[in-house]
Design a protein around this ligand. Structure first.
Ligand code: PLP
Length: 484
């Protein structure tokens, strides 16, 4: 079924507005505006208010969202976002603050910044934080620019390479090259962790640092984190912790305790602020004390018992966003932390890990599990065992839509062919986990008995299978009159 376009619903007899009768002299537009600038034909659809509301409400129901169903999109932590966070972010004192308001008038807002910074520093074992970066990837860039500033100050001009294990997140190499460094790739060992032997072979004076996604994109905890810190520090290289997957370890393990110098978090994943479709988000960055002077300014500091914006750090890399970051996103993260408390955060991580392991254990008899060890918040399985029936991971993902589920992340990480990366998160009930498991098992059976059912899926979504390359490269999103 195709929904009509709003232009196709247009009906000149159903105008949806009423304006008062004209009580001033009428002036033709040509009398006051140069005709070159007059729009000839606006061609707007005309609908009654009732029809307009029905149209957009129907369209909105075609969207799949965290609030409408299970969303096991690996590496994205699509957990439920408590609605009380929204209530708090809507309080006028927070929602209506102006970005350029002077510090004396927004002490409460600055207190929110300070409380959140202190909480995140405590959770990560870092000494100073910036809340400026507007996304995880921007946090990465900010952290790497801090690294560059550190080496510049020390005269380490020969240091131009950053190590990234092949199980790192896709944004890591992109950030490294944006920050002006070269990527040194290191392979994983058979346990799915950084291969320390291979790493030691590439370590040398030109290594500026390492970026470690932990848990890595296989959902596995990097066992050698501590040893890495000794190895890297011995050549004056810094350690960057990609903490976007912090949902797995929050309250249990801290990057600073593992010897890391810089970390970023994705509050829009771990700390339950809504995300998807490109934002909004926030990627706060924490650093150890010796790197604090390079953080973005203005920083919020206490001066004479009041909070103030300080730009006194001469070696700061400047600011990375206009006006101190995505305040309402940060506020929601603080609301979540305060409601849960330390024990609550620790408990959510434990449940996230438990849910992922439960699902992995239930599914491994039906799908190929390349790394069979305790996972953290997510795990990777593949459809390789169904290859004999001509079924690929894309077919499994599309068939899941017919069962009413969002598909997991597919074809990532790149080191596992036909990967499906599944992250259930802690907010799902046992019932939801079981119905997803049941659907996955049914699909594995269908692959054997009726593979075409999968290859032609989805069958009952508003849009059937797309040519994904054309859809991504030449998206057809403009209105034009459909051929009669
Ligand atoms: C999501 C994610 C990122 C990127 O975060 P954005 O906010 O999307 O820029 C980086 N690293 C890891 C491990 C992630 O999961």
């Amino acid at each position: 079924m195709t929904e009509p376009l709003i232009f196709e619903l247009s009906n000149d007899e159903r105008i949806s507005y009423q304006i008062p009768a004209l009580d001033v002299p009428a002036i033709a537009p040509e009398e006051v505006i140069d005709s070159a600038y007059l729009r000839k034909e606006l061609n707007m659809p005309v609908l009654s208010e009732r029809d307009t509301v029905m149209h957009f409400t129907r369209l909105s129901r075609l969207n799949y969202s965290v609030d409408s169903g299970f969303y096991p999109l690996g590496s994205c932590t699509m957990k439920y976002n408590p609605k009380i966070n929204e209530d708090i972010a809507r309080l006028p004192g927070f929602a209506r603050v102006h970005p350029k308001q002077p510090a004396a008038t927004i002490q409460g807002i600055m207190e929110v910044h300070k409380l959140l910074s202190d909480s995140l520093a405590e959770l990560t074992a870092m000494d100073a934080m910036t809340l400026q970066p507007a996304a995880g990837a921007q946090g990465e860039l900010t952290g790497l620019l801090v690294m560059a500033a550190y080496h510049k100050k020390k005269g380490n001009t020969h240091k131009n390479k950053i190590i990234i294990p092949d199980s790192g997140h896709g944004t890591n190499p992109a950030s490294v090259s944006m920050a002006g460094f070269e990527v040194l790739n290191v392979e994983s060992d058979e346990d799915g962790c950084v291969d320390m032997e291979k790493l030691k072979k590439v370590i040398g004076p030109e290594v500026a640092g390492i970026m470690l996604t932990n848990p890595n994109t296989l959902g596995l905890f990097e066992k050698h984190a501590k040893e890495l810190s000794e190895t890297l520090h011995s050549v004056d290289a810094l350690l960057y912790y990609d903490g976007a997957n912090f949902n797995a370890i929050m309250g249990w393990a801290r990057p600073g305790d593992m010897g890391f110098d810089i970390v970023h978090l994705n509050v829009h994943k771990t700390l339950s602020t809504p995300h998807g479709g490109g934002g909004p988000g926030a990627g706060p960055v924490g650093v150890k004390a010796h790197l604090a002077e390079f953080l973005p300014v203005p920083r919020i500091k206490e001066e004479n018992g009041k909070l103030a914006f300080s730009s006194s750090d001469k070696l700061s890399l400047g600011s990375v966003v206009a006006s101190n970051g995505n305040f309402l996103v940060l506020l929601k993260a603080l609301a979540y932390i305060v409601q849960n408390g330390g024990d609550g955060l620790k408990h959510s991580s434990a449940c996230a890990v438990l849910n992922a392991n439960y699902m992995m254990e239930k599914l491994k008899a039906y799908y190929h599990l390349p790394y069979d060890r305790l996972c953290k918040h997510e795990f990777v399985i593949t459809s390789e065992n169904l290859a004999d029936y001509g079924v690929k991971t894309l077919d499994v993902a599309k068939r899941l839509l017919d069962y009413g589920f969002h598909a997991p992340t597919v074809y990532f990480p790149l080191i596992v062919p036909e990967a499906m990366m599944i992250e259930p998160t802690e907010t799902e009930t046992r019932g939801t986990l079981d119905s997803f498991i049941e659907a996955m098992i049914k699909i594995a059976e269908e692959a054997k008995t009726n593979p075409d059912l999968l290859k032609e899926a989805p069958h009952n979504t508003p849009v059937r299978r797309l040519d994904e390359t054309t859809a991504a490269r030449k998206p057809d999103i403009n209105w034009y009159k459909r051929p009669e």
